[in-house]
Write a protein that binds this ligand. Structure first.
Ligand SMILES: Cc1ncc(COP(=O)(O)O)c(C=O)c1O
Length: 400
């Protein structure tokens, strides 16, 4: 069985949660999760405080906790505005609507990513156009994007896959002269950097997810950051049924408000993000050190000028087919390691996109190849040296 993320009752459920005292040995007896929320007293107190206050939401989505979270998130990434929404898919959909993407338009994006961006494009009535990826970074490849550009191209959505930034400046250069909007999908890349700048401060709009498995979480949640006043204003309207003021709708929209409880948890998580990122990096570096000598595995790269957020540590088995890769992943599961395959079915190969004319695509050889050969290992901040060594050693033995 190929791994999927599932957040069971381990946290705040059947067991008393105490991150400080959770012994490493306990992990080894249990499944080592691919990613896991890292919550503590701060998040619990913040959520309880909101419940006590009685203010659970605000009809325009701008309650005090949401505003506080938005301000601190904008400051963290170095953007002028941050607009909180209900999840990462809503962030993408709201950004497309804010950019007036609609029927007759095309949006270029990778197929080798989570389906959220493609579905968001479809929901606007526009056509997704799938571009291929770079074989080393797994992010969208500029040359393939160029091949996909047409008169109808209205936006490009690069995904910062596994937490590694795309070549965002290359994409923005390509888009600038052609009046194309760049909407970066940074759902997996909180805290990542490109040329010394935080992701979230570069593209026209950048979308983040706070799903339970992400680098920071609000359970479900999302954020769009932008330096453009017009987009910020449009995003605030879109998340509130296109209302310019209460009961005065001027553009299509949705109810995409983040709740006050989610924002309070997000604010507490954001304060911890730098330490989470440091731990992820340390775990990734240790994994690289332990796996370096295997030869059969291609390890993740961090090209010059790009700083990974290490959402996932993704390796590649050279020259194998999907069945062989899946066998290795199954063996890891049998050893209590939740290795995951992101993504065994690229979006263009899923039934909706494969069997209809809903999308267009260029040639996708690297997408197809990566979908057969990659799998990801856990490096999340709740793992210590013992678990990381166990994962690396088990993988080494499995492929030996
Ligand atoms: C790359 C990518 N884009 C978009 C999303 C959608 O985010 P959400 O699950 O918060 O809607 C996710 C999250 O799973 C993701 O990994």
């Amino acid at each position: 069985m190929v791994g999927s993320i599932c957040f069971g009752p381990t946290l705040l459920g059947t067991r008393e949660y105490d991150a400080e005292n959770w012994s490493q040995a306990e992990y080894l007896r249990e499944l080592i999760r691919i990613n896991q929320p890292f919550l503590g007293k701060e998040e619990i107190d913040a959520a309880v405080e909101v419940l006590r206050s009685g203010i659970l939401t605000d009809k325009s989505g701008m309650g005090p906790r949401v505003l506080e979270f938005e301000r601190s998130f904008a400051k963290f990434v170095g953007a002028k505005h941050a607009v909180a929404v209900v999840n990462g898919t809503a962030a993408l959909h709201a950004s497309l609507l804010a950019a007036d993407v609609g029927p007759g338009d095309e949006v270029i994006l990778p197929s080798f990513t989570f389906v959220g961006a493609a579905n968001a494009v479809v929901l606007t009535g526009a056509t997704p156009v799938f571009a291929d990826i770079d074989k080393d970074t797994y992010c969208i490849r500029i040359e393939s994007v160029e091949e996909c550009v047409s008169r109808k191209t209205k936006a490009i959505i690069p995904t910062d896959l596994y937490g590694l930034p795309s070549d965002i400046s290359g994409i923005m250069n390509l888009a600038r002269g052609k009046d194309i909007v760049t909407i970066e999908d940074a759902a997996q890349a909180h805290g990542a950097q490109f040329d010394g700048k935080k992701i979230g401060s570069i593209a026209d709009m950048t979308c983040f997810s706070f799903y339970a498995g992400k680098n920071i979480t609000t359970g479900e949640g999302g954020m769009v950051t932008t330096n453009d006043d017009g987009y910020a204003q449009a995003l605030r309207m879109v998340r509130s049924h296109g209302e310019q003021r209460p009961y005065w709708t001027v553009r299509p929209g949705h109810n995409y408000h983040m709740t006050e409880i989610a924002a309070a948890i997000g604010y507490a998580q954001l304060k911890k993000l730098p330490s989470f990122l440091e731990k992820r990096r340390k775990n990734a570096e240790l994994t690289t050190e332990k796996l370096n000598m295997t030869g059969k595995l291609l390890l993740p790269k961090e090209p010059d000028g790009r700083k990974h957020s290490w959402y996932l540590y993704t390796v590649r088995l050279r020259g194998v087919n999907a069945a062989k890769r899946n066998k290795i992943v199954d063996k890891l599961w049998n050893k209590n390691i939740e290795a995951g395959v992101y993504y065994s079915s690229p979006v263009h190969s899923t039934p909706l996109y494969r069997d209809s004319n809903i999308a267009r695509r260029g040639r996708l050889p690297e997408t197809e190849k990566a979908s057969r050969q990659v799998f990801s290992l856990p490096v999340h901040p709740r793992l210590g040296e013992t678990e990381i060594e166990y994962v690396a050693e088990t993988l080494r033995k499995t492929i030996a």
